[in-house]
Design a protein around this ligand. Structure first.
Ligand SMILES: [Zn+2]
Length: 256
C-alpha cells in the first residue's frame, strides 16, 4: 500500500545529478531482468518516418512491430532525443528542452500494466525518494485496469488519480502499435504555479510536472482509425532525465 510520507516534509530529498539518476534508473531495471542497451544514434536507421530520434521507443520500433527479434524481451535505455512533435513549446515552458535524454523500460510481449506501474512507483518513491504525497498518476478515460492498479494495489486514493482523454493519455503516431497510457505528475509546489484558480494536474504551468509516461501498447491502428488488439502486448515508458533532475534538485532547468 501507499507509504504515507508522515514527516517527510522534514526529510530532505537527495539532490542527485543526471549521471547518478541515469545510472540508478538503468541499474534498477537491470535488477528487474532488463537488458541495459546504449543510446541509439539521434539519426534514425532504416526508418524513413522520422528525421530525428524523438523518444526512447523510436529506435526500438522493429521490436515492437515484430519485424526484428529483440536481444531480450525486457530492455532499458537512456536515449538521446531531439524534441520534434511539440517543438513549439521550447522557450515557453521550463520543462521542454530541445535536446533531452529519455529514460525508458520496455517490454516486448513480456510483462504488462501491473509490473510497469508497480516498478515506476517503486523507483520514484523508494529509489529516488520522492514524497508519495506529491505524486499524482493519470490514466486514460476508460482504462479501469490501470486505475485499479494505482488505487487498489499501490493505494493512491481515487481523488488523486486523474482520468484524461485521448490527447493526453492515448499514445499513437499514425499507423502502428498504440495504446492508453498512464502518466505520473509531481507537484513542485506553489512557487512554480500559475496561481490561477483550478491550477491542478494537467495545468500548462510548471507546478505539476509530468515526469514519466507509461504506455500500454495493446492495439494496432491500421491508419484508418481501426483498432485491433495486439497478440503481443508491450510496455513502452519514457521519463525525462532532466525533468527528474529538476524535481530532485528543486531548481529551474537551466541550472541542472
Ligand atoms: Zn497552473
Amino acid at each position: 500500500m501507499m507509504k504515507v510520507a508522515g514527516n517527510s516534509e522534514d526529510k530532505k530529498l537527495k539532490k542527485y545529478g543526471v549521471n547518478e539518476l541515469r545510472r540508478m534508473f538503468l541499474e534498477f531495471f537491470e535488477s528487474k531482468g532488463h537488458l541495459a542497451m546504449k543510446s541509439f544514434s539521434l539519426v534514425p536507421h532504416n526508418d524513413n518516418s522520422l528525421l530525428l530520434i524523438n523518444s526512447g521507443m523510436a529506435p526500438l520500433k522493429p521490436y515492437f512491430t515484430g519485424q526484428e527479434i529483440p536481444p531480450r524481451r525486457r530492455v532499458t535505455t537512456c536515449q538521446k532525443c531531439i524534441r520534434t512533435g511539440d517543438i513549439e513549446n521550447i522557450g515557453k515552458t521550463a520543462r521542454h528542452g530541445t535536446f533531452f535524454e529519455m529514460l525508458g523500460n520496455f517490454s516486448f510481449g513480456d510483462y504488462f500494466k501491473t509490473e510497469a506501474i508497480h516498478w515506476s512507483w517503486e523507483f520514484l518513491t523508494e529509489v529516488v525518494g520522492l514524497d508519495p504525497n506529491r505524486l499524482y498518476p493519470s490514466v486514460y478515460l476508460d482504462d479501469d485496469e490501470a486505475f485499479d492498479i494505482w488505487n487498489k494495489q499501490i493505494g493512491v486514493p481515487a481523488e488523486r488519480i486523474f482520468r484524461f482523454g485521448k490527447e493526453d493519455n492515448f499514445w499513437e503516431h499514425g499507423a502502428g502499435p498504440c495504446g492508453p497510457c498512464s502518466e505520473i505528475y509531481y507537484d513542485r509546489g506553489e512557487k512554480y504555479g500559475c496561481g490561477k484558480p483550478g491550477c491542478t494536474v494537467g495545468c500548462d504551468c510548471d507546478r505539476y510536472m509530468e515526469v514519466w509516461n507509461n504506455v500500454f501498447t495493446q492495439f494496432e491502428n491500421d491508419g484508418h482509425g481501426n483498432y485491433t488488439e495486439l497478440k503481443q502486448k508491450n510496455i513502452d515508458t519514457g521519463m525525462g532525465l532532466e525533468r527528474l533532475a529538476v524535481i530532485v534538485q528543486d531548481v529551474d532547468p537551466c541550472s541542472v
